[in-house]
Design a protein around this ligand. Sequence first.
Ligand SMILES: [Zn+2]
Length: 394
Amino acid sequence: MFRVFLVFLFCIVSLSAASLKVENWGKGETFLTFLEKNKLPLSIYYNLEPEDQKITTDIMSGVKYQMLMSDDGQIEQVLIPIGEELQLHIIKEKDTYKLTNTPISYQENERVLTVEIKSSPYQDIIDKTNNYLLAHEFIQAFKNSVNFKRLRKGDRVVIFYKKRVRLGRQFGAPKIEAAMVEVRGHKNYVFSYNKGRFYDDKGKEVEGFFLAKPVNYRRISDGFTYKRWHPILKRYRAHLGIDYAARSGTPVRAAGNGKIIKIGRRGGYGKTITIKHDNGYKTLYAHMRAYRKGMKRGKWVKKGQVIGYVGSTGMSTGPHLHFGLYKNNRAINPNSVVKVTKSKLTGKKRKEFFAYTKKFKKDIEVALNSYEQPVKEKSFEYMVSLDQKQNNMQ
Ligand SMILES: [Zn+2]
């Protein structure tokens, strides 16, 4: 009897064979044009909470999304990743569709890499691992404290890093926890500490992208979160920026030197300006009341220069500046880089830091003598181009 039931079940499953489509989010595509194109009801968008409507503006062009189709061509489910933590999930329920935010699941693996310099650290890391994202992170971490031109053949590099793995592939950029590079035999270190900032072994901050506060604010009305379980709404919510509450008309300033690459209305974000900075960084200023005269696409602006004025355009409950920071087209927490000066560890924090780095220094010595076989990446999941020319945020 049970066997008959199994055969019966198998028939049902194979009859309703669904197919999976993987596609790239097009340039200039918005969530609404996506719904229209696929003949999905626009109410999916209009029924969302205002904050979630804004999140749909953060879908990046080029991102891979998946669609599950029934055999009669109906869309059953759609999964669209937003950043590295969250995805939009459209599910068909009877004759209607609903949308939820769900966390992206991945594993996190710790890795060690030891490399002996043959040509350059960047090239040698790639030759050993195929992991150009790791090579890029490594160069970023040391670029203000080490002159790579002085390296000699035989100098060595050790990197302790965490990488996310999803569906058997590296997912997103790896995170360096500690790294060492020899310059003519002299060891230089960086340690990720204090919310992902990089410090040398004397407790001095070394990474060099520092943003100014974009507005004189009264208070922070909402912080950055990729996924936070909302106990009352019983859903995940994301907020990919910082909301600075300020009086309407307060000047909004460029957080760093850069070029305006986008100016205009953007869905729930209202009037926005996007500025491109060095090293794959971009900043977004949203809900502005007005732009400063003369601001246009292609214009270079200086750190601290007024670009517009605080307002409440788009989906907004009161005057505030929504400030977003993107690195290589992924939203990151602006708090990790928004500061006026480099931070120096003092007192108890400094003591804790030295205890933390002592352990890593020992591990680095062990790694120098072991040369573990590096992991070679074959391909990446959700690859984002590091080519500056292609860094067009949608
Ligand atoms: Zn906001």
